[in-house]
Design a protein around this ligand. Sequence first.
Ligand code: SF4
Ligand code: SF4
Length: 390
Amino acid sequence: MGRLYAVEIVYRGIFQKNLAKNISRAIVLAAHKEGKPGISFGRYGDSPERNGIPAKAFAIVATDDITLEEGMAKYEPTQVDVSICVDDTLFKGVESWAWYGLQPINKLVKPGGTLIVTSLQDPKDLAEMAHRKEAPYKLAIVKGMPSFSGLWVYKDDHTDVRILGTVAKVLPELFSLASVQDVIRDEWHDELKATSAKKAHDRVQTYTVQPTQGNPEKPYSFVMPKWTEMREGIAIPSIPKGEKIKDPVNGKEGGFRAARNPTFLKYATRTMRPVVDFDKCIKCTLCWLACPDSCFDVTPEGLYDANLQACCGCGVCEAICPEPQCITMVNETAFADNSSQWEAWRKDKDAYEKWVKEKIADRPERSHGFRFRGQYEEQVPEMLEIAKQG
Ligand code: SF4
Ligand code: SF4
């Protein structure tokens, strides 16, 4: 019996589709150069993809055909040697579709395996964002902002080849740097990309994450119904009634919170979240009307509180709010939980004002979607400079 290697690529649907496909395909081609058969594929359950919704691609490689066949009989691996995350905001967890809830980013990483991530963050901060694991695992950071090379754009900022060089370093049994550089030359005909792969290979450092590090929250779990428990035919339950909101200061009830799907909270879709400055709100209702996911809870005094379990981070509310800096989108990595901003404001307005100022002071690049024509072209030289420095 030979050895099976499994790599997963966790990416944002549509926006990073080509990036994930390029990486998984090149992994298989590089292993093939060393006589190992393999297959790359997207997760069936993620199709059709939707904008920003987390999705996965896999590369499975074996030392021989029989082992590959045996490994593929399961279709999807339950453990991977290397997990690649191409957007660090996915570190909070992955929720692809409506049936299995939020799952840890590191769920499939084997004990001692490696999680590679593209990020400008510190490894310690990233480790805290991910869920805790029982056994230690390694974190390898490929320095850079998330690359969005999707259906409509291919932002050739070398993220793909830098990740491939990193894989050659953290799992040299899968393929060598020389093999992956050969594939890069075959596929992209670009010596500069082969050099970027080598730089990433030579400079990557790993950080070991201990079982004491990370988010201690228990991930969502479920039990599949037995056939005897299934209902006859198809019955889709309607959305239950919403509820009133309780004021945390005077205990009075009022306003309205819509009931929402308990297993598809959508916040894993988000790369940014709205920060609402309630003192600036003129109660025009536009955010509430325009939010495509009906995320705003109406507070007893008629303010609008973005429900952060439900918000997908599209930024429509920021765009439509008529009051300057009343709603500001801020990078998701700046927040540790999804608690209500309105409750925090009600409890201590001065502290909340300070918090808002702090959070909106630094507005890094909006990480998905572009804001003006040619934005990606402008970003490529910046990323290539980061790649050059390693
Ligand atoms: S960013 Fe704003 S408009 Fe978009 S889902 Fe969140 S609350 Fe709604
Ligand atoms: S759009 Fe802005 S001003 Fe209008 S209700 Fe929403 S937060 Fe208030």
